[in-house]
Each structure stands twice: as C-alpha cells, then as structure tokens.
Design a protein around this ligand. Structure first.
Ligand SMILES: Cc1ncc(COP(=O)(O)O)c(C=O)c1O
Length: 374
C-alpha cells in the first residue's frame, strides 16, 4: 500500500528532537521556528511531559467517556485557572477542526439557527462545518456546500451589523489572530463591537484560538488583548505539545444536555496527562513571560533586516512580510541554514511559530541566517 499523496513534502526526515531543535536521520541539527504548525508549545520531548505521558501509559492509557475520569476535571480546573476563564466549562475532543465543528454545532443547537458568519482568509479546519467556514474553495467539496456561511472582510463592522440584523445567524467565528491566512487580526474596536452585536441578537461568538491560544500570543488567549468574553473558545495545537487533543470552552451560562456532544477518544487518559503537564510546564517555567520578552527582542532585531516590509502578529505567533514570495527563502533557510519556518496563504509572509521556550540567542541565529540568505 502507498500513502494517499495529499502533502507536498520537504525532503527532511526528523528522527529525534529536544527543546527547540530536531535532528534528521543523518544527524543534521535544525532550529525549529515552526513547531510543526505551531503545535510544540513547551518544547520537544520536555522531560516532565515525557514522564507524565509514560507514567500514565503504564497505569491506564484509555477508557471510554462513560466512566469517571478525574484527569479531565483536573485539566479543566488547571486550564480555567491559568487562562483566567474559570467561568467556562470544558468539552474535550481530538483536534482543532473537531473543536470548531463542536462549537458551531453547539451554537446551532442553542440558537436553533444555522447561518455562520466567518471572515476572509480564515482557516477553521477540514471537517464539515469547520471547512465550510474556512475561506478556501479548494478544500471545500460539494458536500460541504450545504452549510450556510457568509464571509466578510475583517474589521468591516457595518457588514457584520447588516448580516446579523437578518436574524438567521447562529454564530460568528473568528480567529484570535489569523494563522494560515497570514497573521491579520481584528482591531479591539471590531472585536468589542462584534461581541456587543452577538449579545444583542443572541448569536454565539466563537473565538478560534486553536493556533493563537495557549500563551502563543503573549496572553493565554489572543482575544484577551481586546477585553471581550466569547461564548465559546476553541483550542488545540499547543494544548498537547504534539499529543492530539482539542478543547471547547463554553461560557457557563450555556447549559449542557446529555448526549448533545460526544466522542470516543476525546479527553482520554493519555491526552489529559499530556495536556496537564503542558499547563504545569507553562506555569512553572513562566513561558508566557518568556514569549513576551523574546517577541519584543525579535521585533527589535528584525528591524535590521532591510528587506522586511512589515512584522505582523503578537508574542511568538509572528509573520515577517517581504515584497516577494518566500517559497525559495524558506527552502534556503532549511537546506543552507538548517532552520524551519512556515508559509501562509499570503505567499509573501514567513511564519514564525517556535516553541514558547525559544530564547534570544536563537533569535540572533535566525536574523543572521536570514541576512545571509537574503
Ligand atoms: C486557527 C485554526 N483553526 C483550526 C485549525 C484546524 O486544526 P486541526 O488541523 O487540528 O484540525 C487550524 C489548523 O491549522 C488553525 O490554525
């Protein structure tokens, strides 16, 4: 059997990793400024994370969601405390798309409506409603067209007023900071106006923090820059540092009903052990403080690269924009300088999504490499 060939691949084969580095099968060491799509939060193979998962596996790896699982409660409590979202309840699933799918479904259950408002250049995943709410026709199949989605430009509040006013909207879904699209984001005024409109019209405000959450933006969730309270927050990527897990945080005024949502694997013992250890490490090692310090340093140092047009994003969710497409630049950074970076829908943008443990020396290594390659 061959693999179903859906991914264009770089010819690199990582076999080992530690902290901010990965090694290929020939022993070549790479600096990881991409964290495997913004997934690696506390660093590769962090010893505490590895031992938490190993210990759990030795005790109980999996049982279904029809028994007591105290690890889920422990995870919910810790996540509430660290994120400042104690007035939310947690539903656990396995991936980002699944988190958004459940969020949209819940909004539709609760409002009895079905239209979604999403934004240009958004990415919310590849399942039924999540992909329909994603602004990319190439990844929507005819079966996904059954969903009613209206795409609006970011920061055009008049258009949101017009659409919500029609009375058939279940949810507005928006990324804290756009990831795949290219690091654009709503202004504080925009987020606050959208929140107000959603409240007035009983529409669910869903904040997709799958990429921008878990400390990556310098706050636990990127929407916390805007002083708003979404109805639902979705998380995944950094939550398990590579172990598949997703979360739907639901404002506690929205009540659950048995059977409303469900999953076989979501919230299993191993995933919870991984996610609890991630939160412990974020707290113990003060990683959000590190994110802010290293981000400030990065933004300062990158000014010395004359070809850079603009730096977008917050914390260690950064986009470096040029006036040319960056495909070749990314290849050179990998094969000549052994540095992983990311691309975006905006082809002129280099995406920087390192582990939250990245340090200033590694910023210097990147800036020097970038100058040499340019
Ligand atoms: C903002 C955002 N939402 C949703 C997803 C989908 O997550 P997953 O690939 O885990 O389904 C992604 C993945 O890149 C994302 O960046």
């Amino acid at each position: 059997m061959e693999l179903f060939d859906v991914y264009p691949l770089y010819n690199v084969t990582p076999v080992k990793a530690e902290a901010e580095y990965v090694w290929d099968e020939k022993g070549t060491k790479y600096l990881d400024l991409y964290g495997g799509h913004g997934v690696i939060s506390v660093g590769h193979t962090h010893p505490k994370y590895v031992s938490a998962i190993s210990n759990q596996l030795n005790n109980l790896g999996f049982y279904s969601n029809s028994i007591q699982n105290p690890l889920q409660k422990q995870l919910a409590k810790k996540l509430g405390e660290l994120s400042g979202c104690e007035n939310y309840n947690l539903f656990l699933c396995n991936s980002g798309a699944e988190a958004n799918e459940n969020a949209l479904k819940l909004a539709s259950f609760k409002t009895g409506k079905s239209r979604i408002i999403s934004f240009n250049n958004s990415f919310h995943g590849r399942t039924s409603a999540a992909v329909a709410a994603t602004d990319n026709k190439n990844i929507n199949a005819p079966i996904n067209l059954q969903q009613e989605v209206t795409f609006l430009p970011l920061n055009s509040i008049e258009l949101v007023i017009r659409e919500i006013g029609k009375g058939d909207v279940a949810a507005v879904i928006i990324e804290g900071i756009q990831g795949v699209g290219g690091l654009d984001e709503g202004t504080t005024d925009f987020f606050q106006e959208v929140e107000k409109l959603c409240k007035q019209h009983e529409v669910f405000l869903i904040l997709d923090e799958i990429q921008s959450g878990y400390g990556r933006s310098g706050k636990f969730f990127a929407f916390q820059y805007h002083n708003i309270q979404p109805d639902i927050i979705t998380t995944a990527k950094g939550m398990g540092n590579g172990f598949p897990i997703g979360g739907v945080l639901i404002l506690d005024k929205h009540e659950a009903k048995f059977g409303m949502l469900g999953t076989t694997f979501g919230g299993n013992h191993l995933a919870c052990a991984a996610a609890i250890s991630v939160l412990d490490i974020i707290e113990e090692e003060q990683l959000m403080k590190n994110v802010n310090e290293v981000s400030t340093y990065f933004k300062e140092q990158i000014k010395s690269v004359s070809q850079v047009q603009k730096v977008k994003g917050n914390g260690l969710m950064l986009g470096v924009e040029f006036d040319f497409e960056v495909g070749e630049l990314r290849k050179k950074l990998i094969f000549e300088k052994q540095i992983f970076t990311g691309g975006a829908m905006n082809k002129k943008l280099l995406r920087i999504l390192p582990p939250l443990t990245m340090n200033k020396e590694q910023v210097d290594v990147f800036i020097n490499a970038l100058k040499e390659v340019l």
